[in-house]
Write a protein that binds this ligand. Structure first.
Ligand code: HH2
Length: 290
C-alpha cells in the first residue's frame, strides 16, 4: 500500500531497503523477446543497457536468456547459459552494485548464473524443475515464483478460469508452501501473478486487469509480490496501442500494482516507472474506500 517502504531479504546479498516499491529493470539477452529481442544480445550492449537502467533508478536487474512470450520456442539450458553467464560476469566486472536476478526456469542455468554473481532467481515456472528449489535453498538466495498456465509455447491457446484471482492465488499459495517445505524462508519467496502467461484478454474477459484489481488478495498471503505488466499484449488489446506505444498503459499498470501492494514491478522503461512508482507510493488508496 502507499508509502510503506519495502524490505527484500536477498540472503547472502543482504537486505534491499527502499522507501518506495522496487523497480526491476528488464535486460533480455535473447534474439526474440517480444519487445526488445536482439537489441542487447552482446555482453557489451547488455552492459551499456544495464548502466543506463541503473542510472535511471533500477533497483534490480533481471537478466533473461529465453523468451517466454506466447508461442516462443523453448531454449536449451546450455544455450541459455551461454547467453546469460557472460553478461552477468560483465555486469559484475563493470562494478555495477545493484542485485542481479536471473530469469530462468532451468536449474542448470540458474546454478551457472549464481556462480557468475547473480543474487536471485526469477522462475516463471515456479520451481517446476525439481532441482531448482533445492538449489535456491542451498545458496540461500531469494526466488520469484510466477503463475503460468501450461508452457509459453501453447499457454494462450484457450486458457479458462472460473475465478481467475482465486485460482491464481490458490496455485501460488501451493507453490509457496512447497518452497517453504523445501526450507526456503517465507521472506525470500516472492509471488507473481504472471500477467500475460495463460491469461485471457480480449472478447470482454480481461484476466490481467482482474489480477491487478485483486492483487491485495495475493499480497495477503504474506509474501513480497512482484508484478510484470510492461508493454504486454493485454495493454495493446485494451487500448489498440502497438508494442512501441504502450508506455502510458504500462506506467498505469505499475501504479495499480503499487496501490495493490506490490513490492516490485518488472519493467522495460525504468525512468518513467520510477517516477510513477514514487508518486503512486505517496498516495494512499485505502483512503478511497473510507
Ligand atoms: N514476464 C516476462 C518474462 N519474465 N518474469 C516474471 N517474474 N514476471 C513476468 O511478468 C515476466 C517474467 C515476459 O516479458 P519479457 O521479458 O519482456 O519478454 P520475453 O519473455 O519475450 O523475453
Amino acid at each position: 500500500m502507499a508509502g510503506p517502504g519495502v524490505r527484500l531479504d536477498l540472503g547472502p546479498r543482504g537486505r534491499l531497503e527502499s522507501e518506495r516499491p522496487l523497480v526491476m529493470g528488464i535486460l533480455n539477452v535473447t534474439p526474440d523477446s517480444f519487445s526488445d529481442g536482439g537489441r542487447y544480445f552482446s555482453p557489451d550492449a547488455a552492459v551499456a543497457r544495464a548502466v543506463r537502467l541503473v542510472e535511471e533508478g533500477a533497483d534490480i536487474l533481471d537478466v533473461g536468456g529465453e523468451s517466454t512470450r506466447p508461442g516462443a520456442e523453448p531454449v536449451s539450458p546450455s544455450e541459455e547459459t551461454r547467453r546469460v553467464v557472460p553478461v552477468i560476469e560483465a555486469l559484475r566486472a563493470a562494478g555495477l552494485e545493484v542485485p542481479v536476478s536471473v530469469d530462468t526456469r532451468h536449474t542448470e542455468t540458474a546454478r551457472a548464473a549464481l556462480d557468475a554473481g547473480a543474487d536471485l532467481v526469477n522462475d516463471v515456472s515456479a520451481l517446476a524443475d525439481p532441482e531448482m528449489g533445492p538449489l535456491v535453498r542451498e545458496r540461500g538466495v531469494a526466488v520469484v515464483l510466477m503463475h503460468m498456465r501450461g508452457e509459453p509455447k501453447g499457454m494462450q491457446r484457450g486458457p479458462s478460469y472460473e475465478d481467475v484471482v482465486q485460482e491464481v492465488v490458490g496455485a501460488l499459495a501451493d507453490r509457496a508452501r512447497h518452497a517453504m517445505d523445501l526450507g526456503i524462508p517465507r521472506e525470500r519467496i516472492l509471488l507473481d501473478p504472471g500477467l500475460g502467461f495463460g491469461k485471457r484478454t480480449g472478447s470482454g474477459t480481461e484476466d490481467n486487469c482482474a489480477l491487478l484489481s485483486g492483487l491485495p488478495r495475493l499480497v495477503a498471503l504474506g509474501h513480497p509480490v512482484l508484478v510484470g505488466a510492461s508493454r504486454k499484449h493485454f495493454i495493446g488489446n485494451l487500448t489498440g496501442a502497438p508494442l512501441d506505444a504502450r508506455l502510458p498503459g504500462s506506467v498505469v499498470a505499475a501504479a495499480a500494482a503499487v496501490w495493490g501492494g506490490a513490492s516490485v514491478v518488472r519493467v522495460h522503461d525504468v525512468a518513467e516507472t520510477v517516477q510513477a512508482v514514487r508518486l503512486a507510493a505517496a498516495i494512499d488508496p485505502t483512503e478511497w474506500t473510507r
